[in-house]
Design a protein around this ligand. Sequence first.
Ligand code: GRF
Length: 185
Amino acid sequence: MTPVLGVGVLVSGSGSNLQALIDAEIEIAAVASNVEGATALARATVAGIPTAVFALADFRNRDERDGAMAEWLSARGVELVVCAGYMHLLCPVFLDRFPGRVVNVHPALLPAFPGASAVEDALSAGAAETGATVHLVDEGVDTGAVLRQEAVAVIPGDTPATLHARIRSVEHRLLPEVVRELIAS
Ligand code: GRF
């Protein structure tokens, strides 16, 4: 039988991508967040997944926070980490615990429009298309190797909200597909 990697998910916000993983019946061992009260944590709890909050304010620095978070995930059998709307960079102390096994979903066709305002930036630039990318995480801002991406057309009259909604629906399909492949590889 093919061994299956334990999956952990990092979240900061609404958690619709976490929900897509849950709905795809991907087994999730643990969900961690940097944001107390994030809606994503409630989704995890409803699904019976252990959660924990690692707010930066509770630690002396990012290294200590990321080290504690890595420790908590490892203790729950996590070997593959999925950043699903996790809005902080990860320190080497974290990435080194899961070498080549941290992935992120980003709402643009990387390397175009990295960073936290990718949807707004694509609209401001007048891009005819943008999209969704699943990529490996390194120390940079959305700079790791691309694993999968799919274009989404920008429609005249799009607002950040309407465009992001169409991108999210692509993310909800791509992310579970990629995670499923990674856990079976
Ligand atoms: C997604 O669009 C993802 O690409 C970006 O943040 C958003 C998170 O959405 N990194 P959600 O919390 O999964 O609903």
